[in-house]
Design a protein around this ligand. Sequence first.
Ligand code: NAI
Ligand code: MG
Length: 482
Amino acid sequence: MTFEYAPAPESRAIVSIKPKYGHFINGSFVAGKKHFPTINPATEEILSHISLGGLSDVDKAVAAAQKAYTKTWSKLSGKERGKYLYRIARILQERAREFAVLETLDNGKPIRETRDIDIPLVAAHFFYHAGWADKLDYAGLGHSPQPYGVAGQIIPWNFPLLMLAWKVAPALATGNTVVLKPAETTSLTALLFAEVCQQAELPDGVVNIVTGDGSTGAAIVNHPGIHKIAFTGSTDVGKKIARAIASTDKKATLELGGKGANVVFDDAPIDEAVEGIVNGIFFNQGHVCCAGSRLILQESIADEVIEKLKVRMSKIRVGDPLDKNTDLGAINSKEQLVKIKELSAIGDAEGAERWSPQCNLSDKGFWFAPTIFTGVTQAHRIAQEEIFGPVLSILTFRTPQEAMDKANNTPFGLSAGIWSEKGSRIFWASQHLKAGVIWANTFNKFDPASPFGGYKESGWGREGGKHGLAAYLKTGKETGAK
Ligand code: NAI
Ligand code: MG
């Protein structure tokens, strides 16, 4: 006998959303000229109107960040900078519920994830970097490493506040000031973070947030007052940024796409592997650069794993992101839904076999059922291109070497997973996989102390850990960054 789940909606009373937002420049909110709506992708309800930043807004933000750098921030000791970071981390913890609800409303991801994963990781990132602020001389990054000055930071919509934390925390810890642009569909938590900066009495201009679209991002990239760029987003835009800064002295870290292989060997604990496969691709609606979007199964166990995976997928609850029972929320935007549908239709046309459990999807909002494709070959576009949605391509292998060859046969190299009972096989496979992050018998685990980044078209440089600090310091040893 199975029981239906009664709805368990989280209250949204804790958030207060203004009808209109300006930019956060020099410690205050300043009105923007043009605005565009931000919606709740689960309902298409307009939540607020966000300012579309132009050249003059970016100019003002860079000027404020430069002034804050020379007059205040660069004069503070690492210990004093650390105090601000600790304060921000504690306020984020205190206001965690508010951030979790707001992120779920603006992004469409389930409250279970914002509450238990995004926001705790955000606070952890600030705590971790607060600890580094006064120890940079002892980090093995050269004698007295120096910040660049103003860092320009452009972030995507899949983990809005977490990507802000990945960018802002190391920049401030290393003594840089910041001009950050959130993604157009998910600016609200960045604007709430601006309030946290005020609450923490962070000196004016140390953090500036200019909202807008790709043109605003390009204005940050091309601004002569910015010497360090940190970007997370699509490989296409990453390439544009690389071209834009090619003849300049600007440094950049680029965290781009992926097509992660999740490799399951015949000696793997199957039930655990099925959980890991589900977490690898259906976490955050599959809007994850390091998602395990290619499942590479040993042929002898393929039928058993696929059967168990289908049973498990039938239990995934798709629906209201604010419901505490929901596993899979809304697709972040109409554009992204169109892209997922298009690539899935290409999978059908190429001859792969599609399967999804029965789901009742709402007519309002943007939804896509959890989906697997079997019979996928390496030449299929759904085995090569990033779908960035809840869609898994399944391939099989006979020998371990074949598994490695298939796993590495992609233009990307961000993440990979290995499922095996044997330590020796895990070590062997992790030496052969060309991926910046490799998980063994788990997937999508994140820690601020662990460097994150990719090979090939997955990007330049590392974020997080000691490696991530290096990218914000002039004499730092940069791992792969320009
Ligand atoms: P995008 O790369 O266009 O957007 C990411 C950020 O870059 C946004 O803040 C955007 O405003 C900004 N941007 C856009 N054009 C720019 C330019 N010329 N210069 C500077 N900044 C610019 O990503 P989009 O269009 O939202 O998603 C498209 C695809 O990208 C997705 O389907 C997915 O495959 C991939 N993607 C990968 C992400 C990752 O975490 N690696 C995150 C988001 C998207
Ligand atoms: Mg939105």
